[in-house]
Design a protein around this ligand. Structure first.
Ligand SMILES: Nc1ncnc2c1ncn2[C@@H]1O[C@H](COP(=O)(O)OP(=O)(O)OP(=O)(O)O)[C@@H](O)[C@H]1O
Length: 460
């Protein structure tokens, strides 16, 4: 095995052992860091990137399993080997379920550990080679979390589980950012195909000819630049799942070929006459209403009916606002790196009354940015940069001024008018007004004072 530049993180509370391993692996050419607690390990992981993590299960404070869980969520590409003590085989099995690539019982011979490292590295290299597939995204990570306690999400999860193991194609419909790719992953990782590849490709990202050769492969010389035979993604995904994102954008000519493939699992590489057969489960997603695309002539009706046999509609976030608090907690954990960052009640209220045109993706970005802007303190509504405050959706009319320059007013004048208007709508209730404006009550009072609005309000 070539140890050159392999980046390894060793986490063990026995510093002598760390030193021994650091010396040994560094001599071989690896770049090695050591940490004697999970907290130190988290800091190391934030500082530099690693290929392999070797974690002792028994660590003081946050234990190795928790460290594994957190690392796999934040840095899924790190391959992790767990070191276990006596009687912790159950924990080792749990670790494997959580995404550890292997485990070793203490005491162990160094040569044993080196073999396991070599295997982990091989696995990682293989994954990376696959990831290199042009325009395709290969995600072997079975580490995904779908948050959703609302009835509508529970029903969707239930349906997803029920259809996961069937081979029929599935159509996932939903607005952008609702979590369609997560549902596609769930369909794969909750099925018996889970050990096989999950290949995702955006059907709208490539011109027709390139997309065809990506999907079905090509023979050497099939077109300029086809310097060798190339497997299509349907072959790479053999026995696994092929996820066709943005299916509504697929060129019509290719839709015919896809339909043929769905019916027979047979295809021909571009420029090659031999018929090939694979076993692939196809999952497609769209943020368009395909039925409308069919009516407009942009999508083939026969393909639509084939895909529509099993449809999973993913609801927009505004239709399941009761999921917002849990999602907020989830993203605080994810982006806050266990620093226990919280949001103020006002911020949570502002989030719970926002309409999220960008759905869960927008919420994730808001929290990530909020953590940055709050810089260690509790996240307030202003840190979330909710577009125009929560009330904008109903305040659109203020934007409808005639386009003549003389009709426009200054921002502060607009703010003043807007605050007054919201206050009036809330019958003077400042808590409610602040909520609609997406600011804290304190901030509202500050603005009222600044604009002397109380006086204005009291005018006859
Ligand atoms: N229910 C959920 N729980 C946790 N994270 C979620 C959930 N839904 C979406 N996300 C996160 O939001 C982001 C967007 O989700 P995803 O990419 O699956 O959406 P999409 O519907 O496929 O979007 P697009 O149509 O734009 O491709 C991702 O980071 C995803 O992990």
């Amino acid at each position: 095995m070539d140890w050159k530049n392999v980046r390894i993180l060793i986490v063990d509370d026995e510093t002598d052992l760390i030193n021994l391993l650091v010396q040994r692996f560094t001599r071989k050419g690896a770049k090695v860091a050591g940490a004697s607690s999970s907290e130190e390990a988290i800091a190391e992981l934030a500082k530099s990137s690693f290929d392999i993590g070797i974690f002792d299960i028994n660590l003081p404070g946050m234990n190795g399993i928790e460290l594994l869980r957190s690392t796999k969520t934040q840095y899924p590409d790190v391959e992790i080997i767990m070191l276990t003590g006596h009687g912790t085989v159950d924990t080792a099995i749990e670790a494997m379920k959580l995404g550890a690539c292997d485990y070793l019982k203490k005491p162990y011979a160094l040569s044993e550990l080196e073999i396991i490292i070599a295997k982990a590295l091989e696995k990682k290299t293989l994954k990376e080679a696959n990831t290199g597939l042009k325009q395709a995204l290969l995600s072997n990570s079975n580490q995904f979390t779908i948050i959703g306690q609302s009835q509508i999400m529970k029903d969707l999860m239930e349906l997803t589980r029920r259809v996961a193991d069937s081979d029929i194609p599935v159509l996932i419909e939903g607005e952008s950012g609702t979590g369609k790719e997560l549902i596609a992953k769930a369909l794969h990782f909750w099925s018996s195909r889970k050990e096989q590849p999950f290949i995702a490709i955006n059907s709208g990202a490539l011109p027709e000819t390139l997309l065809e050769s990506e999907l079905f492969g090509h023979a050497k010389g099939a077109f300029t630049g086809a310097v060798s035979d190339k497997k299509g993604l349907v072959e790479v995904a053999d026995h696994g799942t092929l996820f066709l994102d943005e299916i509504g954008e697929m060129p019509l000519a290719l839709q015919v070929k896809l339909l043929r493939f769905l019916e027979s699992q047979e295809f021909r590489r571009v420029g090659d006459s031999s018929l090939r057969k694979v076993n692939v489960r196809v999952v497609a997603a769209t943020n368009r209403i395909l039925e409308e695309e069919v009516a407009k002539g942009n999508f083939r009706e026969d393909l639509y009916y084939r895909l529509n046999v099993m449809k999973l509609p993913v609801p927009p976030l505004r239709e399941r606002l009761d999921d917002v608090p849990m999602l907020v907690e989830f993203f605080l954990d994810k982006f806050g790196r266990n620093k226990n960052i919280t949001v103020t009640r006002e911020a949570m209220e502002a989030l719970c009354s926002y309409h999220f045109p960008g759905n869960v993706r927008e919420l994730a970005h808001m929290i990530e940015r909020g953590i940055l802007l709050a810089n260690g303190r509790e996240i307030e509504p202003r840190d979330l940069l909710i577009p125009g405050g929560a009330a904008t959706r109903r305040g659109e009319d203020l934007m409808q001024a005639q386009a003549e320059p003389e009709n426009f007013i200054s921002l502060s004048e607009l703010e003043q008018k807007y605050i007054l208007r919201v206050l009036k709508a809330c019958k003077g209730n400042k808590t409610q007004a602040a909520k609609l404006l997406g600011i804290s009550v304190r901030n509202l009072y500050r603005k009222l004072e600044e604009y002397r609005i109380t006086e204005l309000q009291n005018r006859p």
